[in-house]
Structures are given as structure tokens and as C-alpha cells.
Design a protein around this ligand. Structure first.
Ligand code: FAD
Length: 258
């Protein structure tokens, strides 16, 4: 079998009866909905096979097992949904041309099952929370930050959440309406979308996410910064925050996808 061309399974397989450490238990997750936000961004809404409980904390990730010989290829994907949902979760995939997991996910169909282990990851929302929370993300890095917003913004109305979401150009836009909806729902959420290389028609913010940080909003105020996505953005933002603004490293929490 050419394992790169393997299809997601059509029905859950019988689980091994032998007890396994939680991280090694394979969860069969049913694809209940696929949303293609643009040609390279796919959202999968997944549910446990028999409405079994699957718990995670916002900030963590699941590992997708892509069937492959002699053993599955494993790839990490951050949860994008509210961590109070206990029988399913949402993931956001950015298609990498020729990527093993990308090709597999783009071949999958609603009603099929995918194998996951998890949850994994030490990046979780720091509590008690500081009064200012800055979420800086690029591309599919928004997944982790959506999970923070959906899980925490209503529980912590006294905390001001500021999201800075960076994409390259108009063709990459996604979640624009979702962010507008969330902003309406949570008075303590402020979203900023910025494009690094837009067309001349673009009237929104321009440049990289870190260029829109306003130190007046956090210098002298307790603040935590979450960075997610592109490694270069994380490196540059961390340097800016620690060297220019003297933000302590313990308040900068980062997850690089590359
Ligand atoms: C903790 C963690 C959480 C993550 N969460 C997400 C998530 O929520 N959504 C998501 O889409 N991804 C996420 N990733 C990235 C994901 O795990 C995969 O690396 C990514 O989907 C590519 O896998 P692939 O098998 O399709 O490509 P591969 O087969 O691994 O790569 C194919 C080729 O593309 C190159 N490549 C790999 N990644 C990229 C990239 N990002 N840009 C350009 N070229 C690349 C590789 O170097 C290789 O040459 C996360 C990574 C980590 C570590």
C-alpha cells in the first residue's frame, strides 16, 4: 500500500483492551464538519466516537496519526475550540504543499474518522491572569488563540484580551467574520488583523503583528503575551518585548509551528 495515499478510516476500529498511558490512547475522532475557509485553510470539527469524554486545556495540542508504513507519521495540531466541550474539538489546518499530513487531511471527508493522541503541551492559559492579555499569532497559529478566547474571555471579564492576527495578503484572509462575531460577544476582546504584503486596495492595518503593539497599553500594567505560529515572528517579538520594553520572559509564552 502506498501509505501516503491512505484514506481516513470509514468506521472506528476496536480498541485494544490493554490499559495504556493516557498519552498513548488513540482516540477515533469523527469528522462532523469540514469548513474550507480558503484553498489552504481547512477547519475540522471532530467528535469522539461514542460521545466519550476527551478533555484538554486551551493552549494544548493533539497529535494526528497519519497512516504510514512501517508506523504512523505524527503531526501536532493546536485545539481551536472551547476547552469546556468534553466530547469534541476543532482544529485548523494550513495546507503545506506536498505535506504528508496536509495531503491526508485534504483527502478526508465528513463522516470519516481520524486517529489522535493527546492532549499534549505545556502552553496553557496562565492563571490567575494578568489584567492585560496580548495574543499575537500568524496563519494557523490563530487556532491556539481562538481556544484561549473561547475558553476564557467570558470567565474573565475583568481581563482585556487583545488579539493581533497577521497574514501575508488578502488571498490568505480567514476568520474575519468569526473574529467580528467574537468581538461583539465579548466586550473585553479587541481584535486587530494586519497584512504584511497587501494590495494597494487594502485599507486595514499594514505590517507585522509586533509592529502594532502599543507599549503604553502594557508598560507599568501587568500583562502576559502569548505568541503562536511562525518561528520568525516569535523570535522577533520576544526580542522586542524583552529588549525594548523590558518585559520579563516569564510573561512571554510561545508556541512555534515550524
Ligand atoms: C505544537 C505544534 C502545534 C501545531 N499546530 C498546528 C495547527 O494548529 N495548524 C497547523 O496547520 N499546523 C500546526 N502545526 C504544524 C504541523 O504540526 C505540521 O508541521 C504541518 O501541518 C505540516 O505537516 P505536513 O505533514 O503537512 O508537512 P510535512 O510533510 O511535515 O512537510 C512537507 C514539507 O513542507 C515543509 N514545511 C513544513 N511545515 C511548513 C510550514 N508551516 N510552512 C512551509 N513549509 C513547511 C517541510 O520542511 C517539508 O519540506 C503545529 C506544530 C506544532 C509543533
Amino acid at each position: 500500500m502506498n501509505s501516503n495515499k491512505s484514506q481516513p478510516s470509514a468506521a472506528p476500529q476496536t480498541k485494544s483492551p490493554a490499559p495504556q498511558p493516557p498519552s498513548r490512547v488513540v482516540h477515533k475522532m469523527k469528522i462532523v464538519r469540514i469548513i474550507d475557509h480558503n484553498p489552504v485553510i481547512r477547519e475540522l470539527q471532530l467528535q469522539t466516537a461514542q460521545n466519550d469524554v476527551f478533555s484538554f486545556q486551551a493552549g494544548q495540542f493533539a497529535t494526528l496519526h497519519v497512516p504510514h508504513s512501517p508506523k504512523p507519521v505524527l503531526r501536532a495540531y493546536s485545539f481551536a475550540s472551547d476547552d469546556r466541550e468534553k466530547t469534541g474539538f476543532t482544529l485548523v489546518f494550513k495546507k503545506v504543499a506536498g505535506g504528508i499530513a496536509s495531503e491526508y487531511v485534504w483527502r478526508s471527508r465528513e463522516g470519516e474518522y481520524l486517529d489522535f493522541t493527546g492532549p499534549f503541551g505545556r502552553v496553557v492559559f496562565k492563571e490567575p491572569a494578568n489584567s492585560q492579555v496580548f495574543l499575537l499569532c500568524t496563519g494557523s497559529g490563530i487556532a491556539q488563540h481562538l481556544s484561549f478566547i473561547k475558553s476564557k474571555a467570558d470567565l474573565l471579564p475583568q481581563v482585556r484580551f487583545r488579539l493581533y492576527f497577521g497574514l501575508a495578503n488578502e488571498a490568505e484572509l480567514f476568520y474575519v467574520e468569526e473574529l467580528a462575531r467574537l468581538q461583539k460577544r465579548f466586550a473585553n476582546l479587541h481584535c486587530h488583523l494586519t497584512l504584511a504584503q497587501p494590495s494597494s486596495q487594502w485599507r486595514g492595518l499594514l505590517g507585522y503583528v509586533q509592529e502594532h503593539l502599543n507599549p503604553a497599553e502594557y508598560l507599568g500594567h501587568p500583562a502576559t503575551f502569548y505568541l503562536c505560529g511562525n518561528g520568525e515572528m516569535i523570535k522577533t517579538t520576544r526580542k522586542l518585548l524583552t529588549e525594548r520594553d523590558q518585559v520579563v520572559s516569564s510573561e512571554i509564552i510561545a508556541e512555534a509551528f515550524d
